[in-house]
Design a binder for this molecule. Structure first.
Ligand code: NAD
Length: 328
């Protein structure tokens, strides 16, 4: 077996897609994957059903803040791909504590264990939100201006990861991605929230004037980018990654209404989110030129596929709707 990879947060949206893709792409015995996941409201063991019986797969329910557990697991692995986080901005506004615990303290506990056990590569999944609200596509060298407790906790974890490279020489690689979308996303973030509301005949809540701009990245493209960075990236580097489609939330809403066959009468304009960033945007020239990354998914086709998936998989998301908040 060449690599034994510890994947934190592997029962969530992006992490589970990463694990399914990795184990699907390698022959039995080529790669070993252990998922460490606390199974918060956002973690769903069913997301891993497709790989549960794969050779080399193991699942451990646990918290990345549990230092003895992390120490034991890290000792058995060569690499770490770190997705585990509290991820919903609205929840961080109503309560920041789990964000600081998991995103900052949990990351530090993982880094310390990685150092102790000589982990070969530590891939950290960050976000474009660390740059804050911007009027240009940010290169990796831009300063960090996070606005929400969520993005501040992610910025803190980024800086910790980078410090373990600079101070200790740990091989760390940071990816800062734009908004992801696709199947198996918990229905609290804007795309799955709007689709599932519309499928249930409920209105969708659009924040403020709806002119906030986000860049969209399909999970297939993101997971391909993560693999490029894990296998061919450089130690100590940051790689922005995007999908190339920037839309206002109004434009996104129009597409979702059309895809679900309804009109603007299904939209409630609700008061803006506190501290709502106007625009996120990254310049991903570096990953294009160094690692030949290109987003391959056409946005409209991928959005239609996503709507079709939620339509066909009501049994997956209907029990989760009890948890929904407002728009991500
Ligand atoms: P998610 O909310 O779907 O999943 C997070 C997972 O982490 C869940 O399975 C949860 O159970 C697990 N988890 C939470 N706290 C934990 C802890 N203390 N110990 C162990 N496991 C814990 O998140 P996602 O959308 O898949 O995001 C994955 C990563 O990508 C996060 O680091 C997030 O900040 C980053 N990211 C996501 C997006 C996006 O659009 N979804 C955009 C940019 C960056």
């Amino acid at each position: 077996m060449t690599n034994r990879i510890l994947v934190t947060g592997g029962a969530g949206f992006i992490g589970s897609h990463y694990v399914r893709t990795l184990l699907g792409a390698h022959g039995p015995g080529d790669v070993g994957v252990t998922v460490l996941d606390k199974l918060t409201y956002a973690g769903n063991p069913a997301n891993l059903d497709a790989v549960r019986d794969s050779a080399g797969f193991a699942f451990e329910q646990g918290d990345i803040c549990d230092a003895p557990l992390v120490d034991r697991l890290v000792a058995q692995h060569d690499q770490i791909v770190h997705f585990a986080a509290e991820t919903h901005v609205d929840r961080s506004i109503t309560g920041a504590d789990p964000f600081v615990q998991t995103n900052v303290v949990g990351t530090q506990i993982l880094l310390d264990a990685a150092l102790r056990h000589g982990i070969g590569t530590f891939v950290h999944i960050s976000t474009d939100e660390v740059y804050g609200s911007v009027d240009h596509a940010c290169p990796e060298t831009d300063p960090l201006h996070p606005s929400s407790p969520y993005s501040a906790s992610k910025a803190a974890s980024d800086l910790l990861v980078l410090s373990y490279h600079r101070t200790h020489g740990l091989d760390t690689r940071v990816l800062r991605c734009t908004n992801n979308f696709g199947h198996h996303q918990f229905p609290e973030k804007v795309i799955p929230l709007f689709i599932t509301n519309l499928l249930q005949g409920r209105k969708v809540p659009l924040y403020g004037d709806g002119l906030n701009v986000r860049e969209w990245l399909h999970i297939d493209d993101h997971v391909r980018g993560i693999e490029l960075v894990r296998t061919q990236g450089r130690a100590g580097e940051i790689y922005n990654i995007g999908g190339g489609t920037e839309l206002t939330n109004r434009e996104l809403t129009q597409r979702l209404l059309t895809a679900c066959g309804v009109g603007w009468e299904m939209v409630d304009f609700v008061p803006d989110r506190k501290g709502h960033d106007r625009r996120y945007s990254v310049d991903f020239t570096k990953i294009r030129t160094e690692l030949a990354y290109r987003p391959a998914k056409d946005f409209d086709t991928a959005l239609a596929e996503t709507v079709a998936w939620y339509h066909a998989n009501r049994a997956w998301w209907e029990p989760l709707r009890a948890h929904d908040l407002a728009v991500a």
